[in-house]
Design a protein around this ligand. Structure first.
Ligand SMILES: Cc1cc2nc3c(=O)[nH]c(=O)nc-3n(C[C@H](O)[C@H](O)[C@H](O)COP(=O)(O)OP(=O)(O)OC[C@H]3O[C@@H](n4cnc5c(N)ncnc54)[C@H](O)[C@@H]3O)c2cc1C
Length: 382
């Protein structure tokens, strides 16, 4: 008996499933679904646009959407390495609770594609140069020698973590070392104990006392670890007392290793005196830094947190024509803020690009076989 005689029902089932999947995803989406989970495909990417956006994540996509609302061409250059590479479920973003951050980017890109004003290149930009003074142009290049040019530039390239040089730190991040108790904290409620690593830029007495109070919302006890910094220990104790905190211990021993406990969802700190302490989770905000190459090539000003300095409300940098938005330009490194800043930067850039400069057609949609009226008709069934 042949395969087809034995499995006819199963074959029909598989075919129907394949057809349904194809219908649901269609064309390019079907291809990008199989090729890459979040990156859009590069289709006829132009070599120039009104605006170059370095970084196609939350900030860059939000800026692009605002710009396309002014019929401004945007070219998004993205290397597909967002800061949340662990893809932990999203929290604290209205309508997106517990969902995958990649799906948010994909949904955003889908909207942009429909505008007809956005293009995309999957690439890592290594050099950016500015030519001219007032009527400037920016040229972005990648390591393959490909080049793209634009009148304005938005840096939405996020930041990278600079993890402390403690053995075992990276292996415990981000599920046993929590970096933000608003985006991840509630999930750990009712924990036995928490430890706060008071180190790096976020290890100041004021910041530490604040984080102790945050951690107390999810764990019965909180201990502060200063990793051998006795002076900081004294200052944190004073800051805690000033807030009326009398029951928080401060441990100044030097940490040599962090061990991931396989059972019991906990983490053990090993000290240089041979002692250990086990906590349900640790709280620590690692330092971050922007892409230093791009920053130095353009001469962008940065601050003590290694973020790009910008001017409110449109996030203009110290270099004319260059804007920055999202994690790379803010201490508030969360998706809602990246979206907000991207949108404002988009509006600021759009205001610097009147039609006298872009010479864009007034009815670009007509060029693409549709008019604003037919679009409206479809939207509101006029
Ligand atoms: C573990 C973890 C969990 C988090 N959970 C939440 C949460 O639940 N809710 C929340 O609001 N926030 C959360 N965040 C924070 C959130 O991920 C960031 O605030 C947000 O991603 C910032 O968006 P962005 O667009 O500024 O930067 P990113 O998302 O980091 O994107 C930057 C983009 O720029 C690209 N890029 C960088 N350099 C170049 C280059 N040279 N050339 C081309 N492309 C480049 C990268 O590939 C990347 O796609 C979390 C962060 C982490 C680490």
């Amino acid at each position: 008996m042949s395969f087809f005689q034995v499995y006819p029902v199963r074959l029909v089932g598989y075919s129907v499933l394949a057809l349904l999947l194809g219908y649901a995803l269609k064309g390019d989406e079907l291809r990008s679904f199989f090729i890459n989970s979040h990156q859009p495909l590069e289709l006829n990417t132009p070599s120039s646009a009104d605006v170059l956006i370095i970084g196609g994540s939350h900030a860059g996509l939000s800026a692009a959407l605002t710009l396309t609302r002014h019929q401004i061409d945007v070219l998004i250059l993205d290397s597909n390495a967002p800061r949340n590479k662990w893809k932990t479920p999203t929290h604290a973003l209205p309508t997106w609770e517990n969902r995958n951050p990649d799906d948010l980017r994909r949904a955003s890109w889908k909207e942009l594609q429909k505008t007809g004003f956005a293009s995309f290149a999957n690439t890592h930009i290594t050099t950016i140069t500015k030519t001219g003074a007032n009527e400037s142009m920016f040229i972005a290049r990648d390591s393959l020698g490909r080049e793209w040019s634009g009148r304005k530039l938005l840096i939405a390239a996020g930041v990278e973590f600079v993890f402390p040089l403690i053995k075992g730190y990276e292996e415990n991040f981000p599920d046993r070392i929590l970096h933000c108790l608003f985006t991840r904290g509630l999930e750990y409620k009712g924990s036995r104990s928490a430890g706060l690593l008071a180190m790096g830029l976020a290890g100041s007495p004021h910041h530490s006392a604040m984080l102790v109070e945050d951690a107390q919302k999810f764990a019965s006890t909180v201990t502060v670890y200063t990793n051998g910094n006795l002076q900081l220990g004294v200052e944190i104790t004073a800051a805690l007392l000033a807030r009326g905190e009398e029951n928080t211990a401060v441990d100044n021993r030097k940490i040599i290793q962090l061990l991931r406990e396989p059972a019991g969802d906990s983490i053990t700190i090993v000290f240089d005196d041979g002692g250990t302490a086990t906590e349900s989770f640790l709280v620590h905000q690692p330092d971050t830094r922007v892409n230093l190459e791009i920053v130095s090539q353009l001469g962008l000003e940065t601050n003590e947190r290694n973020d790009i300095v910008t001017r409110m409300p449109f996030y203009q940098t110290n270099v004319a024509g260059v804007f920055a938005a999202g994690d790379c330009a803010s201490p508030f490194k969360m998706i809602p803020n990246a979206i907000f800043q991207g949108s404002n930067a988009g509006a600021g850039i759009a205001r610097e690009l009147p039609r006298t400069i872009t010479h864009n057609h007034i009815d670009r949609l007509a060029d693409k076989g549709t008019t604003w009226y037919s679009q409206l008709q479809r939207q509101f069934t006029l």
